[in-house]
Design a protein around this ligand. Structure first.
Ligand code: CTP
Length: 403
């Protein structure tokens, strides 16, 4: 999934022949899952039509301070547009628009919006080769970068003038790749590795039967997704579930039994910065696994169960600098029991789920949890979606690492 997914992109188009390429650019942004609004300078409308861009962006295109489509409507508020955006890309950025951006000229909607923007601004210059090399253009590039704007350099090739050289606006695919790389390099958990366990475990009785539980894996999968969205490299060790993971930064390790989960976790734990144990691991398993299907007989059947390894405790024993987070599912004396687990399993944080809370637990989209840290500070959270709880958990890791 692209880092642009869910991002609000404001695209400012100024009047150069490369404006025709912005149709592909908008398509690529939409395909990446971004929301797009377009502002055009009056001159750019000679190169690409607002109708094309509004159709592709699925939003009205803005180009003047008043709303041309609706005479009763209020003016196009450049401040609202600027504040809406997560990032503002000016492409193509002509020499004229760039020099006006430097001097603070605001005689069109694009420029006024640029001056109001608080988000990161990127500009992709497009002009003829001699204009691109001109000292005044170079001084615009330098000034704009010194203001904190990021330049997406022009590429070399055939130019509209018939000349060949540097000055062509970067190709739409390259602009998208540039933005993705820049955003990824700034993600807070970039460079951090996180191990997450999820789902149930199945403990075999015979080749066709097992002891399992109702865990859907949703909580662990949500934590993995948020961690990856924030830039972490994630190893998700999961028992059998129907939950799906599509994020390319999440390595999914499928296991079935608690023993397999134990070994998978130990394979990765030494290398990670944090671990979150969200799996519902079986505490007991059949002591003897029948090699053949157990046949029905006239008498009752008694299974002898033995304890499984406590994966989280074993990680707590060997942890060095890893920030270790566990879950506790309690039905009575919740806080006391959770605090005991923090000490016993050597945790940095426990996420206490109470089954007494309506909306919490297996198969529900929501969760009602209390965070308790190793100094026993308690933070009860309101009923939230599992995605929101996942974000809160990842925020704890970010706070720990000061990112
Ligand atoms: N856990 C684990 N390995 C086990 C059992 C539990 O890693 N064999 C982890 C779970 O993933 C969870 C935490 O331990 O993060 C607590 O699980 P919970 O079932 O609440 O507690 P238990 O330690 O199993 O104790 P009890 O069932 O008696 O409450």
């Amino acid at each position: 999934m692209s880092v642009l997914s869910g991002k609000k992109i404001l695209l400012g188009i100024s009047g150069g022949i490369a404006a025709y390429k912005t149709a592909s650019l908008v398509r690529l942004f939409i395909k990446a899952g971004a929301q797009v609004q377009v502002i055009m300078t009056p001159a750019s409308k000679d190169f690409v039509t607002p109708l094309t861009l509004s159709t592709l962006s699925k939003n009205p295109v803005h180009s003047s301070f008043f709303n041309e489509e609706d005479e009763n409507a209020v003016w196009n508020n450049h401040v609202d547009l600027a504040l809406w955006a997560d990032l503002f890309l000016i492409a193509p950025a002509t020499a004229n628009t760039l020099s006006k951006m430097v001097s603070g000229n605001s005689d069109n909607l694009l420029l006024a919006t640029y001056l109001s923007a608080k988000c990161q601004v990127y500009f992709a210059p497009a002009m003829d080769l001699d204009m691109y090399k001109h000292p005044s253009t170079l001084s615009s590039f330098n000034a704009l970068q010194s203001f904190g704007n990021i330049m997406i350099p022009a590429e070399s090739g055939e130019l509209a003038s018939g000349l060949s050289g540097e000055g062509r606006m970067a190709e739409p695919e390259n602009i998208v790749a540039f933005l993705e790389a820049d955003l990824e390099s700034k993600l807070p958990l970039r460079g951090k590795k996180i191990l997450i366990t999820a789902g149930p475990t199945y403990e075999p009785i015979d080749p066709v039967r097992f002891i399992g539980n109702h865990s859907t894996g949703k909580m662990g999968f949500d934590i993995a997704k948020v961690a990856a969205d924030e830039g972490a490299e994630v190893v998700l060790v999961t028992g059998p579930t129907h939950s799906k993971m599509t994020h390319s930064s999440v390595k999914v390790v499928n296991v079935t039994s608690s023993e397999e989960m134990y070994h998978a976790c130990h394979e990765y734990f030494d290398d990670v910065d944090a671990a979150v144990a969200a799996a519902a691991v079986a505490d007991y398993r059949p002591k003897y696994v029948a090699p053949q299907k157990i046949k029905k007989s006239d008498s009752n059947l008694t299974l002898e169960l033995e304890k499984t390894k406590d994966i989280l405790s074993s990680l707590g024993e060997k942890k060095k600098n890893q920030f270790l987070i566990g879950f506790a599912l309690e039905t009575e004396n919740e806080i006391e029991n959770a605090k005991l687990k923090i000490k016993k399993k050597n945790l940095d944080l426990i996420v206490l789920n109470s089954l007494n809370d309506e909306g919490a637990g297996f198969g529900k989209p929501t969760n009602k949890v209390t965070f308790i840290d190793k100094d026993f500070n308690e933070v009860p959270l309101e009923l939230k979606t599992k995605e929101e709880v996942a974000q809160d958990i990842i925020n704890k890791i970010k706070t720990h690492y000061n990112v």
